[in-house]
Design a protein around this ligand. Structure first.
Ligand code: NAP
Length: 479
């Protein structure tokens, strides 16, 4: 139980709060203690939510853009006005440090402000006609009811990136959060009531994923599915959704390289790699999964980086001094252990951390491995934990080849002071997002998304609305 009016243990469908007899119990990863529970709803309630969203859609799409923009703006303000309370719920259910939760709530809010502004700029076209007696007009229309499925690692922001774009475009939404972090999602029901979102425009449903996802795919009133999560589940969901010809957006896993060239500003590279790797305990889709360091600076980078990592403070996210919270669950810790064991058995050495943390539960020491090679598990798999593997390369070509040697293509990073190299490498990296001399790149004004097995579609920016819009062509004759 968390003392907050935003802490709701029920679901929000058609503007009503809905309960259910079967419950999903939620625990705090920092203590293992039960926080509360949410209903385990299924096919019937998912259909109810889609029906409510469809009824609401018919009126919501007719609202002038300025009215939808005003609702988004109020949403932005409500998130910011209640930033601390929402951040506390986020940290208690997910584990990330409170300062990161505060940042996530602000990041979530920024999408409502941005898409509220963009709602008024959904322009069509008049196309020069090849016939003198006919005119060609193109209009943009909302897709309809959107089904959103989101992960536990950014429980507030991942809903915002989808809901804000959907509302701005004139769509309505049924969102299913991850079962480990449902309370940041149910809080959206309270926010929706507060800001006067018409009933049915936003619906939050909790429960076992497969029946809810199947219902979303099968119900003809739902026209689009947007998913953020693992590549494995995303692929299965996308193929099911395509059988029913839904529009699909997929924000999936990553295997981000951070390349440090020997002409880089090393202090900047250490700082960038540190924030990219250890933010959210290494549980972000864009976090450094492989750090590739050029031979000339390999040893000095490894020493400075390991020393900086050893200073990170591990603890409960609610403690002021915490830099790194717990991992989400025991399975996550075992994956980290598996990656470290495999790497060490094949010749890597541990130069920082390498053990479960003395705090117990799912706390793990921030870890650095050196002499890591591409044949190790950690080179291929998303670790999703606080382990930085350092690989060595000799030439620019080799770095690009190593960086692209993965089925993923979400975020990538590199550090160099050479402008020519910056352009060459930027153009050759097969990634949806590239940060040069920076360790964090997310912002609501830029397009977030991947290529290859990291998915398709973009969230945020002017491109983010495209995924919620149909293009309609009208030919007018007899003029
Ligand atoms: P996940 O296991 O794929 O779960 C994500 C969501 O899918 C949860 O809501 C989950 O519900 C649901 N789900 C589970 N089984 C499903 C099924 N059969 N059909 C439809 N939905 C199903 O991923 P995760 O472990 O929560 O999140 C981590 C992954 O997300 C990482 O791979 C990370 O890289 C990726 N991610 C990507 C982005 C991006 O923007 N590209 C952002 C954040 C995270 P339950 O919780 O109820 O099982």
């Amino acid at each position: 139980m968390i003392e907050s009016r935003f802490f709701r243990e029920d679901c929000y469908i058609g503007g009503d709060w809905i309960d259910g007899p079967e419950r999903i119990v939620v625990t705090n990863p920092a203590s293992g203690k039960v926080i509360g529970s949410v209903p385990n709803l299924g096919r019937k309630e998912t259909d109810d939510a889609i029906n409510a969203a469809h009824d609401a859609f018919l009126a919501w799409r007719e609202k002038p853009a300025i009215e939808r923009a005003n609702v988004c703006q109020r949403f932005y303000q409500a998130l910011m006005d209640n930033q601390q309370e929402l951040a506390r719920i986020l940290t208690v259910e997910m584990g990330k440090p409170f300062k990161e939760s505060m940042g996530e709530v602000a990041y979530a809010a920024s999408f409502f402000r941005w898409f509220g502004e963009e709602a008024r700029r959904i322009y069509g076209d008049v196309i020069p006609s090849p016939w003198s007696d006919k005119r060609i007009i193109v209009t943009k229309e909302p897709i309809g009811v959107v089904g959103a499925i989101t992960p536990w690692n950014f429980p507030t922001a991942m809903i915002a990136r989808k809901a804000a774009a959907a509302l701005a475009a004139g769509c309505t939404i049924v969102a299913k959060p991850a079962s480990q972090t449902p309370f940041s999602a149910t809080a959206y029901g309270v926010l929706a009531d507060d800001v006067g979102v018409p009933p049915g425009v936003i619906n939050i449903i909790t429960g076992t994923a497969a029946p809810i996802a199947d219902t979303m795919c099968e119900n003809p009133k739902l026209r689009k599915i947007t998913f953020t999560g693992s590549t494995k589940i995303g692929k299965a969901l996308a193929s099911k959704a395509m059988q029913h010809m839904k529009r699909v957006s997929m924000e999936l896993g990553g295997n981000a390289p951070v390349i440090i060239f020997d002409d880089a500003d090393l202090d900047r590279a250490v700082e960038g790699a540190l924030i990219s790797k250890y933010r959210n305990s290494g549980q972000t889709c864009v976090c450094a999964n492989r750090i590739l360091v050029q031979a000339g600076v390999y040893d000095s980078f490894a020493d400075t980086f390991a020393a900086a990592v050893a200073k990170l403070k591990v603890g409960d996210g609610l403690m002021e001094e915490t830099d790194q919270g717990p991992l989400i669950d025991e399975l996550a810790v075992r994956k980290v252990e598996r990656h470290i064991e495999d790497a060490v058995s094949k010749g890597a050495s541990i130069i920082a951390g390498g053990n479960r943390h003395a705090k117990g539960f799912t706390f793990y020491e921030p870890t650095v491995l050196r002499d890591v090679t591409p044949d190790m598990l950690i080179a291929r798999d998303e670790t999703f934990g606080p382990v930085a593997p350092l690989f060595k390369f000799h030439t620019e070509e080799e770095a690009v080849q190593m960086a692209n040697d993965t089925e993923y293509g979400l975020a990538s990073y590199f550090f160099t002071k050479d402008l020519g190299r910056a352009f060459r490498v930027m153009e050759q990296l097969e990634y949806g997002m590239i940060a040069i001399n920076e360790g964090i790149l997310s912002t609501e004004v830029a397009p977030f998304g991947g290529v290859k097995d990291s998915g398709h579609g973009r969230e945020g920016s002017k491109y983010g609305l495209d995924d919620y819009i149909n293009t309609k062509y009208a030919l007018i004759g007899g003029i």
